[in-house]
Ligand binder design. Structure first.
Ligand code: COA
Length: 337
């Protein structure tokens, strides 16, 4: 039997983003949940979030972010061998969003499938893509994190209405001459399966007298404690596995769950002052699977992450599922439009 031999190393070759046109300030959220702009900013850091309109579907946002990523990578869509979409808010059970995305991009020959790892989905996709490239199963892989959480969030739920948002981020993963994606540290804690979840399963919804969308529910306090305590350890393990110290790190790009969780992780890891920290949540809210690539794209666009910089990604969410890895920032930011 013959086997495939892939590239020695894989790297992120391009990053792209799609942000919904409509930005919703806290003022528009607060009345329905008896809250205030001040409380939301203090507890989460969020000032605005993007809510998609009817035309900004999971597939449409994925395609737009992917085109951006492919252009930055200089990779033609027809060269893509595999499309991975990480999402929990593509509301069609089957077929996958990825096959539609691949078709719209003109990559019909590509393998295409969705993965469900909630807010950790993009980092799971990067780990899979890196191994596909190094294993020889694919040369170029498109990894997309995309959500329309506004469809599955109740605007009257005090624990979630101000947090969750919409958007898409994409990365092209391909061969690299130097190591540019470190080993993944990933795992799950199913004992805490109920901390963030769809309220009830579809059969229960349909059996009810007045069926309504089963929204997300979250035990915010428990999630906060788990993430602040455990995810700094996971992030540190990803650094250790890559052989990188915090002093060698340039950028920290955690899942944009809550600025206070980010602060707690940075303190626990004793990140030096020179490490630039992603704060995309302030404008974009928590976009689950899209949050890490959106935050990365923002840092590159703002000049906070430069070509060759070493960035630590860590993402965590429902499941509970988590994944972290060190990556190298691939290219200089494109000139402003
Ligand atoms: N607006 C105003 N007040 C609110 C509120 C809201 N939306 N939600 C809760 N409160 C109030 C409560 O009534 C309570 O008041 P009390 O002290 O008078 O009883 C107080 O705020 C504290 O409630 P609690 O539920 O303990 O809030 P918290 O401090 O845990 O903050 C979150 C709530 C959601 C901001 C916080 O738990 C959190 O950020 N968790 C992590 C969530 C997250 O990042 N999830 C994404 C993971 S993928």
């Amino acid at each position: 039997m013959q086997t495939d031999q892939g590239a020695s190393y894989a790297g992120i070759l391009g990053i792209g983003a799609y942000r919904p046109a409509r930005l919703v300030p806290n003022a528009e959220i607060v009345d329905a949940i008896d809250s205030s702009d001040e409380w939301i900013q203090q507890r989460s850091g969020i000032k605005t979030r993007g809510f998609a309109d009817d035309s900004e579907t999971v597939v449409a946002m994925s395609v737009a972010a992917s085109r951006d990523a492919l252009a930055h990578a200089g990779v033609d869509p027809r060269q893509v061998d595999c499309v991975i979409v990480a999402t929990v808010s593509h509301l069609l059970q089957t077929p996958s969003a990825a096959t539609a995305v691949a078709h719209e991009l003109g990559t019909d020959q590509a393998a295409a499938f969705d993965i469900s790892a909630a807010c950790a989905g993009f980092c799971h996709g990067v780990a899979l893509a890196s191994d596909l490239v190094r294993g020889g199963s694919a040369r170029y892989v498109l990894v997309i994190g995309v959500e329309r959480l506004s469809d599955i969030t109740s605007n009257t739920d005090r624990g979630t209405a101000f947090i969750f948002a919409d958007g898409a981020g994409a990365a092209v993963i391909g061969p690299s001459e130097t190591p540019a994606i470190g080993p993944v540290v990933w795992g799950s804690d199913g004992e805490q399966y109920d901390l963030i979840r769809q309220r009830e399963d579809w059969r229960d919804v349909l059996a009810s007298d007045s069926p309504e969308m089963p929204h997300l529910v979250m035990q915010g306090n428990a999630v906060f404690r788990w993430a602040s305590y455990s995810m700094a350890k996971v992030a540190q393990q990803a650094l250790d596995r890559a052989g990188i110290t915090v002093d060698e790190l340039d950028c920290f790009v955690p899942h944009q769950a809550n600025n206070r969780i980010t602060d707690a992780m940075a303190r626990a890891m004793k990140l030096p002052a020179h490490v630039r920290i992603a704060r995309d949540i302030v404008d974009a809210g928590n976009t689950s699977a899209a949050s890490v690539p959106l935050a990365l794209e923002r840092m590159i666009r703002d000049g906070d992450a430069k070509s060759g910089d070493v960035a630590l990604l860590v993402a965590f969410g429902a499941g509970l599922a988590y994944a972290a890895q060190v990556v190298t920032i691939p290219w200089d930011p494109p000139p402003p439009p």
